[in-house]
Design a protein around this ligand. Structure first.
Ligand code: NAP
Length: 290
């Protein structure tokens, strides 16, 4: 069994990005600039945005943080989005989700200029990805594909089962894996899938993006399969200083010995998601998509 080290691959990608930023600056080019909009004080969102800012510093990007309290109106937020769309110094920006219930996330996503949509959530980018045009691809699916590539994992003609059909993970990943350059035969499973255990056992590559800790057990995995665990659920723990730890969707200790490759949680897909946002920001700054 080979443990897929997302932390190591992400560190390599960060170095590659930092080298490109340096080259850009040496040629007199502009410093890539990522902005993040954070509404409220949700613990998870605070952590993710802090990571994003730290990652920008690490590769030499400029970053900006725009903060609002929970009671910001939809109108105010949309007007900030418009301002960021028009700000020529900002190459890309994200609005950290989830947003409070009184704000339509879809409206906000659709208000972002697709050329600055480094999260890849705008329908224009999703549509372009589906038909194989250059687009910003959302971070987690992009990161997973990059992991498969960098570990030289064969995807041609392989049966790939993705459990989970969300707009940010399962669905876009299914599109990427079925593209001509990758050539997997893809099944997307979800909460209504019948005989899920059997469907999963048929997978050469099994991706779990469910959000149910340790859902995937040994009896759901084929001998020699590649298992990608996207799940990250915070569970209480008395073994950590913070009082919680992250659990994946795969019962790692039981499943790992059956796999040819497996990602751990933490240290698998998570770091790749982080670095993929930097990748998209560099693409935005260098005009490589539009
Ligand atoms: P989501 O929007 O809640 O979607 C979950 C999907 O899992 C849905 O399609 C749902 O099916 C399916 N599902 C739920 N219970 C199931 C069951 N018992 N059997 C089969 N399918 C089931 O979640 P998400 O945003 O995609 O995130 C999934 C997990 O990945 C979460 O733990 C999240 O924190 C994590 N995540 C990690 C990263 C990272 O960088 N590592 C990034 C993004 C997300 P239905 O559609 O039928 O409801």
């Amino acid at each position: 069994m080979i443990l897929i080290d997302g932390k190591k691959v992400a560190a390599e990608m960060k170095q590659e990005i930092a080298a490109k930023v340096l080259e850009l600056k040496e040629k007199g080019g502009k410093t890539p600039h990522l902005a993040a909009v954070l509404v409220g004080h949700d613990g998870g969102s605070e952590t993710y945005v802090a990571y994003k800012i730290k990652d920008c510093e690490a590769v030499g990007f400029k970053s900006s943080l725009v903060r609002y309290e929970d009671d910001v109106t939809e109108e105010e937020l949309l007007s900030k989005v418009q301002e960021l769309n028009e700000d020529t110094d900002i190459d890309g920006f994200i609005v950290q989700l989830p947003l409070p219930g009184h704000i339509s996330e879809q409206k906000v996503i659709e208000a972002i200029d697709p050329k600055k949509d480094v999260d890849g959530f705008h329908p224009e980018n999703v549509g372009r990805m589906v038909i194989g045009l250059p687009s910003f691809v959302s971070a987690t699916p992009f990161g997973i594909v990059e992991l498969l590539k960098r570990y030289n994992i064969e995807t041609n003609g392989k049966n790939c089962v993705i459990v989970g059909r969300s707009n940010i993970v399962g669905r876009p990943l299914s599109v990427l894996l079925s593209q001509k350059a990758i050539n997997a035969t893809v099944t997307v499973a979800h909460s209504r899938t019948q005989n899920l255990e059997e469907v999963c056992r048929n997978a050469d590559i099994l991706v779990a993006a469910i959000g149910v800790p340790e859902f995937v057990k040994k009896n759901m995995v084929k001998e020699g399969a590649v298992v990608i665990d996207v799940g990250t659920t915070r569970v209480k723990s008395d073994q950590t200083k913070s009082g919680w730890k992250l659990k994946g969707d795969v019962l790692f200790d039981e499943v790992a010995s059956k796999c040819s490759y497996i990602t751990p949680v933490p240290g698998g897909v998570g770091p790749m998601t982080r670095v993929s946002l930097l990748h998209n920001t560099l693409l935005a700054a260098t005009g490589k998509i539009y």
